[in-house]
Design a protein around this ligand. Structure first.
Ligand SMILES: CC(C)(COP(=O)(O)OP(=O)(O)OC[C@H]1O[C@@H](n2cnc3c(N)ncnc32)[C@H](O)[C@@H]1OP(=O)(O)O)[C@@H](O)C(=O)NCCC(=O)NCCS
Length: 250
């Protein structure tokens, strides 16, 4: 992959790339992440009226390799919701539809296609997002970050995971480290950023895991164990994220 040949465009400028954008999205996220009901508020709007808030890195052959999407919202950095991603999507869509003037922006997604990971593209996309937010005249960008290494420590609390640091004092988590290097500070944990529920059968389809006992079960790519209740025919996943703040005043 020749990173220097990539071009960053907005979905609103290249609506013809919606199909490859969805293909990259499906490939880039664990399948269960596509079943957060709050996503139904946001994803159908991407093509319709929020495409100017979605940046895509594309190859010369029009393949979508990465995306970075955000939403302007009302509210303040001092009062970020425990319901992280879910709450900020609900708020941002309501603000947009009511025509309220935003006071900050929230990142909703930065995704790099699996084949292009490890090449430094996440920093490039984050930088484009920071600039796009600043161009709107906003100086605070927040993000409910999904730490990319937390899945390997599912039973550790997020607070303990955040205490893991490199020798330089940066977050041990690779994705939080990218935000920190770009100048972000960690604000707090969002303990219930997404709630994803389904039957054991659905969760088996999404993860390949067989659910044969009640209680906490680790599934691949989750940041915490899911809770299984076989009698209720229910598997519930509550995803913790980490709110970070990029101060764009500098
Ligand atoms: C998180 C994600 C965006 C990172 O993108 P990327 O372009 O592969 O990351 P980069 O190449 O810029 O590397 C970023 C850091 O992660 C490290 N890294 C990359 N791949 C890694 C791996 N497989 N294991 C451990 N660390 C890794 C890099 O070394 C770098 O850290 P460093 O600069 O301090 O050494 C990407 O993995 C992804 O799209 N994941 C799925 C979607 C997601 O979770 N997005 C974040 C939602 S908030």
């Amino acid at each position: 992959m020749d990173v220097s040949s990539l071009q960053v465009v907005r979905l609103s400028d290249r609506p013809d790339l919606a199909d490859p954008m969805w293909a990259a999205t499906d490939e880039g996220w664990p399948a269960f992440m596509m079943h957060d009901p709050v996503g139904n508020l946001y994803y159908p709007r991407l093509e319709r009226d929020l495409g100017d808030l979605c940046l895509m890195a594309i190859t010369p052959g029009d393949e979508v390799i990465a995306k970075a999407c955000f939403l302007p919202v009302t509210g303040s950095v001092d009062d970020l919701p425990d319901r992280g991603w879910d709450a900020i999507v609900e708020r941002g869509i309501a603000d947009h539809d009511a025509g309220r003037a935003p006071t900050m922006a929230s990142a909703l997604e930065i995704m790099v296609a699996p084949a292009a990971r490890g090449l430094g593209l996440s920093t490039v996309m984050l930088d484009h997002m920071r600039r796009a937010v600043a161009e709107l005249g906003l100086v605070d960008l927040v993000a409910p970050v999904r730490p990319s290494g937390k899945h390997a420590h599912q039973r550790e609390s997020m607070a303990d995971y955040l205490a893991r640091r490199t020798d330089e004092g940066l977050p041990a988590d690779p994705w939080l480290r990218v935000h920190a290097r770009a100048g972000a500070t960690i604000v707090k944990v969002a303990p219930e950023s997404m709630v994803i529920e389904g039957t054991p059968e659905q969760w088996h389809e999404w993860t390949g895991v067989d659910f044969d006992h009640d209680g906490e079960v680790e599934v691949p790519e989750a940041l915490a164990p899911v809770m299984v209740d076989l009698e209720a025919d229910r598997v519930t996943y509550i995803e913790p994220n980490v709110w970070v703040h990029h101060d764009l005043r500098d």
